[in-house]
Structure formats: structure tokens, C-alpha cells
Design a protein around this ligand. Structure first.
Ligand code: URA
Length: 439
């Protein structure tokens, strides 16, 4: 293989053969193709695109660059959900145990947060003692014992994606649908779940900001999964406003626990988190157990209401070494010592809650990382006290800010949250949560 000749052809918009793509990815993974040539390849794909056959070859080559797990030894069907990432997106914490309580095995490896979007592994590690970095052998044992496990992804899964994604991040080559599809799908396919549900977030707080872009990605993911022999569905869901009331690691874990413990009802259970968790879990159950969607929805609501989803969550946390009692006690202590409130400057109705600004505020408070080596403060974050369309009067508290380790950033974060919550004289309806389904 002469890499320069492949690059010449790709630059001119010609399709490479599956064998050429496989050879390129394998050589890059072994360190035989330098980053500058792979960056040129990624840029050529960004500019000229890829055929479906090329995208599939890239996906499967990246999948096969590392370990591919099989769950055939589990007695139940397996499914996984992937979200393209949004502000306050703690749905995996509810969906994994809920789908497990509905009879599925949910082998899902999770990531750490970088930039404004939080990572599920970081969220779970705000529980004292919780070990997200299990060995593959221990991860298997946890999934076999309770049906689910929130474990951090290791270098053994799709290492070609790990290298290529880091390169794309610094060479302006992230926004290319074939590259995004190959990146997401290679990992999900290697993780081995039998069926996949994609939650493609769309809006100001999401990676895909417009509906046509989000729908195109959703269609490409479903088509790619089908090409690789995996059944999947995608939902395009709204991400202009944060999901739920909380943004920040421990705050989000507590919110997920509140949803699971109080059976999806009550003042501390945001309806968007409950509704979307049930909808996505039901899609997983319907696909994996070949059950009509109506029945799957009913089953998910029942398993949330009867406490069996919470029982799975508690089992999973215990098996990962976590102490839920200590977590909830510490959380009550942090939330009782309220350091900063943001109040409404005028009376009216909440017109929008800008997800990006709320995420920036949480980041300022210490909830995120600018670089992968930064440490985060699990207790830092924002609790919203109002929702879209709600009536507010001047001086009413709109949000609480928590920053035990970065009190000097409270003023900046408070300004961001104040600007994020727009108040208008009239009430407006919220955007529907699910914008489109793709099968
Ligand atoms: N998430 C991924 O895992 N890969 C991408 O390319 C984009 C988002």
C-alpha cells in the first residue's frame, strides 16, 4: 500500500476499496502510518465524503482494530443506548438499570467528559468508592450479576478510533458524517450488544445543532449498523435546554437516583428525564425482545414504578464498590450549604433556558475539564429551580450554584445562568422532546 496514492485518489473524490481502507486503518493502528498522512485522509473525507461501502469498511476496520466482546453466554438478549451528548444528560443512569429490570443485558462502556459535556464515568465516580475502571473480566461479572454496568471504556476497544478521534479533534476534521458514524459505531459494535438505540441530540446544546444535520446523522448511524449486521433505531431528540433540573456530576447522579427511587414521580423527578428514559428504554426492549412498542412502554413504566429499576441500580453501584448511603448523606450536606442563588430580574414566564450557557456555568464552577488531565469537582454544578413556560416573579430564585472548591468563579457562573434563563411577558410551549424517529 502506498498511502500517498490513496490520498491522491481520495482528494480527487474517488472511492477507495474496502481492502485499501482496512489496510490503511490497520497500518495506522500499528503506528506505521504517521499522523500527518492520517490527518490528510480525514480532511479529504471531510471535503469529499465517503460512499456507504467506504463508511462501512472504515467502521468495521476500526471495530476490528481492538478487542470485540461477545455476550452470547448471557441468558438474556442484549441492547445498548448511545447518546451523542447533551447538557444534563444523565439518562444512561436511569436507562441502563431500567432496561436491565425489563429483562435485558446492557453491556455499555462509557466515557469521561471533556469540555462542556459531562461523562457518565465521571458522574458515577462521584459516588464514594465507585470504581468505573473495571477490568473486562470484572465488567463481565457485574453485567452477568445485575444486567448492567457503567464501566469506563478501555484502550482495548477500538484503539484506531481513540487515535483518530484525538487527531480529528486538533485538525478540524470532527464534523464529517462518515467519520462520526465510523467513530461511534466502531466502539458500539466492538462492545458487542445485540441491538442498538441511538439518541441523536439536536439543538443549541448539542453536537448537531440543526435538525437536518441531526436527522442525517441518525439515518447514517442506523444504515451503518444495518450494514454491520446490527438492528438499531435512532431518535432525534431536543437539546436546546438542559435535560432535567441539574447539570454537574454528583447533582446529576442524585437526580437519577431521585427518578429511580421515587418511581418516576414527585417534585424532584423532572418529566423530561422520566419521559425520555422510558421512551429510549422501551425502544431497547422492543428491539431486543421483539416486543410491540406499546407493550415495551408499559413494561418500562411498570418496572420504574415498582422499584425494580432502582434495585438494579443499587446492585450495580454495590458491585462497583460504591456506597450509596454515604453519597446521599454527602449530597444533602452540600445542597444544604447553599452558596449562591440566582434570582429573577423581572416577572413573567420562562421563555428559554440556554443549555450552552448553563453548561458553561457548570464548567466555570469546576464540573468539567478543559484538558483530559484536569481534575473535576464532583460537587460542582447548577440546580435549576424553574422550567420552560413556568411563571416567575422578580426576585424569585431561578437556580442554585454549587462550587465548594471554586467560590471565586461563582459571580461569573451566576451571570451566565442569569443570561441563560430568558423571561418573557407571555408563556410559550416547549419543543417536543422527540423530534423524529429513524428505523
Ligand atoms: N462522538 C464520537 O464518539 N465520535 C465522533 O466522531 C463524534 C462524537
Amino acid at each position: 500500500m502506498i498511502v500517498k496514492l490513496l490520498l491522491d485518489r481520495k482528494r480527487e473524490g474517488h472511492a477507495l476499496t474496502p481492502d485499501e481502507i482496512r489496510a490503511l486503518v490497520a497500518a495506522y493502528t500499528r503506528g506505521e502510518v504517521p499522523d500527518y498522512q492520517m490527518a490528510a485522509f480525514a480532511m479529504a473525507v471531510c471535503c469529499k465524503g465517503m460512499t456507504d461501502a467506504e463508511t462501512l469498511a472504515l467502521t468495521t476496520a476500526m471495530r476490528d482494530s481492538g478487542e470485540c466482546l461477545s455476550w452470547d453466554d448471557l441468558p438474556m438478549p442484549t441492547a445498548d443506548k448511545h447518546s451523542t451528548g447533551g447538557v444534563g444528560d444523565k439518562l444512561s443512569l436511569v436507562i441502563q438499570p431500567l432496561a436491565a429490570a425489563c429483562g435485558l443485558g446492557v453491556p455499555s462502556l462509557t466515557g469521561r467528559g471533556l469540555g462542556l459535556t459531562g461523562g457518565t464515568a465521571d458522574k458515577m465516580e462521584s459516588i464514594p468508592g465507585y470504581v468505573a475502571g473495571l477490568s473486562l473480566a470484572d465488567y463481565r461479572k457485574v453485567v452477568a450479576a445485575c444486567g448492567c454496568s457503567l464501566t469506563v471504556q478501555t484502550g482495548e476497544i477500538a484503539p484506531a478510533d481513540k487515535k483518530l478521534y484525538a487527531l480529528r479533534d486538533v485538525t478540524g476534521t470532527v464534523p464529517s458524517i462518515p467519520l462520526i458514524v465510523a467513530s461511534i459505531l466502531s466502539k458500539k459494535l466492538a462492545e458487542g450488544a445485540g441491538t442498538l438505540v441511538f439518541d441523536v441530540k439536536c439543538g443549541a446544546g448539542a453536537f448537531m445543532q440543526t435538525r437536518p444535520e441531526a436527522v442525517a446523522l441518525a439515518k447514517a448511524l442506523v444504515a451503518g449498523a444495518k450494514g454491520a449486521g446490527r438492528k438499531s433505531v435512532a431518535l432525534v431528540t431536543a437539546m436546546d435546554e438542559p435535560l432535567g433540573f441539574t447539570v454537574g456530576n454528583a447533582l446529576e447522579v442524585q437526580e437519577a437516583i431521585d427518578v429511580l427511587k421515587s418511581n418516576g414521580q414527585g417534585a424532584r423527578c423532572p418529566s423530561d428525564v422520566v419521559d425520555l428514559s422510558v421512551e429510549l428504554s422501551a425502544r431497547m426492549v422492543s428491539l431486543a425482545r421483539e416486543m410491540p412498542l406499546d407493550e415495551a412502554l408499559e413494561l418500562c413504566r411498570a418496572r420504574l414504578a415498582d422499584g425494580s429499576a432502582y434495585a438494579r441500580f443499587a446492585d450495580m453501584v454495590r458491585l462497583h464498590g460504591g456506597d450509596l448511603g454515604a453519597f446521599e448523606e454527602e449530597q444533602r450536606r452540600v445542597e444544604d450549604a447553599v452558596p449562591c442563588r440566582v434570582e429573577a430580574a423581572s416577572s413573567g414566564f420562562v421563555a428559554t433556558i440556554d443549555a450552552q450557557r448553563v453548561a458553561q456555568a457548570a464548567f466555570e464552577l469546576g464540573a468539567g475539564r478543559a484538558q483530559s488531565t484536569d481534575t473535576i469537582d464532583p460537587a460542582a454544578g447548577v440546580r435549576l429551580l424553574v422550567t420552560h413556560g413556568g411563571a416567575v416573579s422578580a426576585g424569585q430564585p431561578l437556580a442554585m450554584l454549587y462550587a465548594p472548591r471554586r467560590r471565586e468563579r461563582l459571580a461569573v457562573a451566576a451571570r451566565l445562568v442569569q443570561d441563560a434563563i430568558a423571561i418573557s411577558p407571555g408563556a410559550s410551549a416547549a419543543t417536543p422532546l422527540v423530534l423524529e424517529g429513524v428505523e
